[in-house]
Design a protein around this ligand. Structure first.
Ligand code: PRP
Ligand code: URA
Length: 243
């Protein structure tokens, strides 16, 4: 495949010698220009370590996954176009800056994707949020579409598609088809995702070559029930407390 698998790497601040840094498993790499994996910083690895731990209780799971979601949203916003914008400071001097060009909206894939809405709102006040309810069949892992409600002018917006887990890629692909059927161009969609499987991500990225993906981690693979491994279990169940 076009994925370089997860590997052990020394993790720690740059002032530490390599042999003073513990080894941790870092994300796999994928050869698609449209896929961006968050930098594997000590902070990100420490946050992922907490949410992957089966002994992490719900309150901590929510708190620490929210911190990763915030990193994903901040990085996602860097992929939106900007235009030049000059301002005058209180000292009467001008500053040549930029501002975002165009309108955005969020679209969450329910349930688990709803957990990412607040992180988006924290960065983009009063952002519009559409919803697509897709559930995987627990036996076959086939996604089923139940409901969607999207901003009427979504075709004129940049869409931040939210789902923490990309396993087979089936749910995310189905959501993208819904967005495309509403006139959203693929290149205007950014998929924000916490953990992806190599196969799900590769399938998704080759199916939608113009769509940008921001993920925190490309994991090892899928188990026989199409759960991501090592993964973190069922994100929706851990977030909403329905285990
Ligand atoms: C999970 C997850 C994704 C999907 C990923 O949702 O949040 O939407 O599975 O799997 P896939 O890539 O193989 O489609 P699930 O359907 O379990 O519902 P939930 O959000 O209610 O947990
Ligand atoms: N959905 C999840 O929440 N976790 C997985 O590992 C796969 C699908």
């Amino acid at each position: 495949t076009g994925v370089e698998s997860c590997a052990a790497a020394p993790i720690g601040p740059s002032y530490r010698e390599k042999d003073q840094k513990p080894q941790a498993t870092v994300s796999g790499k994928i050869k698609f220009d449209t896929v961006h994996v968050l930098p594997q910083t000590p902070q990100l690895i420490a946050l992922l370590t907490i949410i992957r731990d089966k002994n992490t209780q719900r309150g901590d799971f929510i708190f620490y996954s929210n911190r990763i979601i915030r990193l994903l949203v901040e990085e996602g916003l860097n992929h939106l176009p900007v235009e030049g914008h000059e301002v005058t400071t209180p000292l009467g001097r001008t500053y040549a800056g930029v501002r975002f060009e165009g309108k955005i909206c969020g679209v969450s894939i329910m349930r688990a994707g709803e957990s990412m809405e607040q992180g988006l709102r924290d960065c983009c006040r009063s952002v519009r949020i559409g919803k697509i309810l897709i559930q995987r069949d627990e036996e076959t892992a086939q996604p089923k579409l139940f409901y969607h409600k999207l901003p009427a002018d979504i075709a004129d917006r940049w869409v931040l598609l939210l789902d923490p887990m990309n396993a087979t890629g089936g749910s995310a692909s189905m959501a993208v088809e819904v967005l495309k059927s509403k006139g959203v161009a693929e290149e205007r969609i950014l998929f924000l995702n916490l953990i992806a499987s190599p196969e799900g991500l590769e399938h998704f990225a080759s199916k939608f070559p113009k769509l940008r993906v921001i993920t925190a981690f490309i994991d090892e693979g899928l188990d026989d029930k199409n759960y991501i491994v090592p993964g973190l279990g069922d994100f929706g169940d851990r977030h909403f407390g329905t285990l």
